[in-house]
Design a protein around this ligand. Structure first.
Ligand code: NAP
Length: 248
């Protein structure tokens, strides 16, 4: 039997999710991590004492199987799995890309929350905490970004609704909205095109996954009566989603 608080991180195989796992483990949490690439999770499990379980948040069945493996005492849920696919304008939108983005960023978040809500509610000790990883795309738009920004705008709407529906219950809801973070995000968006992905960060200093994972740790460590609703974190070189300062 362990007596550590239990945290669940989705999309833990890379980037922000993997760093969040590391920091949670280092701060005394027992972490269950989910993603589709089990080999990546297993490599993380060798470094930190976190538990890897395969998870595809776009599948209701996979979410069910994942949550069946979790203990009753889940206290923190980090809804991080997601990302962007493509950069097509609305008039040429790619239906498969949009469907996949909605499945992971929006429906996946809702599936995980629904599955774990009874546990979050029953073992608050003294409060539980749900994190939704939004983006500056949760409130800004850019040409070619509609599929992704619409998903993240939905994350904003869902986070606000959770706070309304759970008013009076011991569950905090925090949305973290990063600007550019250098992870595998752009590589995934551009189908593995390394040159195109790295051009996103050319001449500017992006955030690191650690910068974002630290905001999660900080929000959890507030006194139980404090809820950090939304935290927007950008690189100094990014004034708006599409306004970047780049050195020549
Ligand atoms: P990343 O390095 O590409 O990580 C994305 C993670 O999500 C991976 O672990 C991936 O794992 C997982 N994932 C994707 N689809 C999934 C699915 N259907 N089921 C389970 N896991 C899934 O990118 P990141 O930057 O860390 O992204 C994390 C979150 O931050 C995303 O929600 C993203 O939209 C958001 N965000 C990123 C940035 C940025 O600039 N990087 C800015 C704002 C917000 P598998 O492929 O192994 O499943």
């Amino acid at each position: 039997m362990h007596n550590k608080p239990v945290a669940v991180v989705t999309g833990a195989s890379s980037g922000i999710g993997a760093e969040t796992v590391r920091l949670l483990c280092e701060n005394g949490y027992l972490v269950f991590m989910g993603a589709r690439r089990l080999d990546r999770l297993q490599a993380l499990a060798e470094k930190y004492s976190a538990i890897p379980i395969v998870l595809d948040v776009s599948s209701a069945e996979s979410v069910h199987r994942f949550t069946e493996e979790l203990p009753d005492s889940v206290q923190v849920l980090v809804n991080n799995a997601g990302g962007a696919l493509g950069l097509e304008q609305v008039a040429e939108f790619d239906e498969a890309h949009w469907l996949e983005m909605y499945q992971s960023n929006v429906l996946g978040l809702a599936r995980m929350t629904k599955a774990l809500y009874p546990r979050l509610l029953s073992r608050p000790n003294p409060v539980s905490h749900v994190f939704n990883i939004g983006s500056v795309a949760s409130f800004e738009t850019y040409p070619g970004g509609a599929g992704y920004t619409a998903c993240k705008h939905a994350v904003r709407a869902i986070s606000e609704t959770m706070r309304l529906e759970w008013l009076g219950k011991p569950i905090r809801v925090t949305e973290i909205d990063p600007g550019f973070v250098e992870t595998e995000f752009s590589l995934v968006r551009f189908g593995g095109d390394v040159a195109r992905a790295s051009s996103v960060y050319a001449g500017m200093v992006p955030l690191t996954a650690t910068d974002i994972a630290e905001t999660i740790l900080w929000s959890i460590s507030r006194p139980p009566h404090v809820n950090i609703d939304v935290m927007v974190v950008r690189p100094l070189d990014q004034a708006r989603i599409d306004k970047i300062h780049r050195e020549a």
